[in-house]
Design a protein around this ligand. Structure first.
Ligand code: FAD
Length: 459
């Protein structure tokens, strides 16, 4: 006999919990199912722990450079990796337990712990329990991809998840993958004191970004002593005693890098292959992402997919925004759509990259007439005062409509500054609104109106 609910939610990532609580608050009888740790990737192995570790790494970096600010530290900087991990674990614990308590204390909401699998379009099994509901929301997230690299099965390697257990300093960490996740770990471990090599298959780091952004990030990381091996077209791994050797087959430099540990950061895959989607007839694309329309409805009536598993976003804020869109449509009579949202994210190396809207490459491809403004951080007073002048800020606008098309801000505080641009993009106001705004001195944000006052045609 199945237990009947008004709604079942699979996964407690960034969309499931707020949706479960919101639905239960309307009087619906709701079930939520989690097979591992409450809070999902962001809380346990993603944003929260990595940004906590980035903060420890930055503290080490600032301490090492204290002399440049006239602050003398009369001993070598010593990193206590056990303490670093303890601090991270504590921040994660509070968040993970917070989600669990929140869900378990919500009236009309039943929490099931176990792996959920569809048995039919509206039936889900968790262990011995069979649940059914007209409405089912899938929020199963994703995990690190492990592509069939030659030799990968012969060596031990870390992913973002297993990296969370590290409480020692790897002597030489080889980071395979030069994109968002890999770069954050690379800089963090370099700052903790490891030798670090990034091995990237493509010709440049973080290839979704414009070339000038990739180059500037390359310089920032090399300035800290990180080795970067690009165009590593046939990566292969091999065990060498207690070390790991990575064949990088690069055009220049040694063909093999030998390190003490390897971290695989070459993308993510959705957790959809063991969900019994075939029993429910739910369509996925060729990479396993659940196909949804612009309000997150799957092809099966009453079933929705939110967060990383729908392939429409890969961030905590996109997953949470998915929840807001679904709740608005179902409960508020507000027809919100995913197509209305503007691309926005940050890369948390130090200094960070804040991104909104289109890249310069995308603007060029679109063929529209555009204007561009760019300023190096060496010409930003606040950055100079802080002694942190790496990077640049770049904004693109439509020459005709004056709409802001996109921005890439790479520099100190830029993960925050980007919002002054993002919010105006949402208002659909012309760029002149920010250009004429009086910003506070001395801030990094105060240069955004200046940049917009110096726009030039995009050649
Ligand atoms: C190292 C790293 C750093 C990151 N940093 C950032 C950042 O700084 N900012 C940012 O915005 N994003 C960041 N992200 C991305 C962010 O973590 C994810 O986009 C976000 O967690 C996606 O949330 P979600 O709700 O889709 O799924 P998830 O958070 O992955 O949650 C899915 C949940 O579903 C559960 N589940 C899966 N299958 C089943 C099943 N069959 N039955 C029951 N339960 C199941 C899982 O156990 C998990 O708890 C980072 C990711 C990584 C890996």
């Amino acid at each position: 006999m199945a237990t009947t609910y008004d709604a079942i939610i699979i996964g407690t990532g960034q969309a499931g919990p707020p949706l479960a609580v919101r639905l239960a608050s309307t009087g619906m009888k709701v079930a939520i199912i989690e097979r591992k740790r409450f809070g999902g990737t962001c809380v346990n192995t993603g944003c929260i722990p990595t940004k906590t570790l980035v903060a420890s790494a930055r503290a080490a970096h600032v301490a090492r450079h204290a002399g440049e600010y006239g602050v003398r530290i009369d001993s070598a900087i010593d990193i206590d990796m056990k303490k670093v991990k303890e601090r991270k674990d504590e921040v994660v614990r509070r968040s993970n337990e917070g989600v669990e308590k929140w869900l378990k204390s919500t009236e009309k909401l039943t929490v099931y712990e176990g792996h959920a699998r569809f048995e039919g379009a509206h039936q889900v099994r968790v262990g011995d329990e069979l649940l059914e509901a007209d409405k089912i929301f899938i929020n199963v997230g994703g995990r690190a991809a492990t592509p069939p690299l030659p030799g990968l099965d012969q060596v031990s390697y870390f992913t973002n998840s297993t990296m969370m257990e590290v409480d020692f300093l790897p002597e030489h960490l080889i980071v395979i993958g030069g994109s968002y996740i890999g770069l954050e770990f690379a800089q963090m471990y370099r700052r903790f004191g490891s030798e670090v090599t990034i091995v990237e298959m493509g010709p440049r780091l973080i290839q979704r970004e414009d070339e000038d952004v990739s180059e500037a990030i390359n310089t920032i990381l090399e300035n800290e002593g990180i080795n970067i091996r690009l165009s590593a077209e046939c990566i292969a791994l091999e065990k060498r005693g207690d070390k790991v050797a990575v064949n990088v087959d690069c055009k220049s430099g040694d063909k093999t890098v030998v390190g003490s540990h390897a971290l695989l950061a070459v993308g993510r895959v959705p957790n959809t292959e063991d969900l019994g989607l075939e029993n429910a007839g739910i369509a996925v694309d060729r990479r396993g992402y659940i196909q949804v329309d612009d309000q997150f409805r799957t092809n099966v009536p009453g079933i929705y997919a939110l967060g990383d598993c729908n392939g429409r976003g890969a961030f905590t804020h996109t997953a949470y925004n998915d929840y807001e869109i679904v709740a608005a449509n179902l409960l508020d009579g507000d027809e919100r759509r995913v197509n209305d949202r503007i691309t926005a994210y940050a890369l948390y190396i130090d200094p960070p990259l804040g991104r909104a809207g289109m890249t310069e490459t995308e603007v060029r491809k679109s063929g529209r007439k555009a204007l561009i403004g760019k300023r190096p951080m060496t010409r930003v007073g606040r950055a100079v005062e802080k002694g942190e002048t790496q990077g640049f800020m770049k904004v693109l606008v439509d020459a005709g409509t004056k709409d802001i098309l996109g921005a890439a801000l790479l520099g100190i505080e830029c993960d925050e500054v980007i919002h002054s641009i993002l919010d105006v993009m949402y208002t659909k106001a012309p760029y002149t609104v920010i250009q004429r705004a009086m910003h506070i001195h001395p801030t990094v944000s105060e240069l955004i109106p200046t940049i917009l006052g110096e726009l030039k045609p995009l050649e």
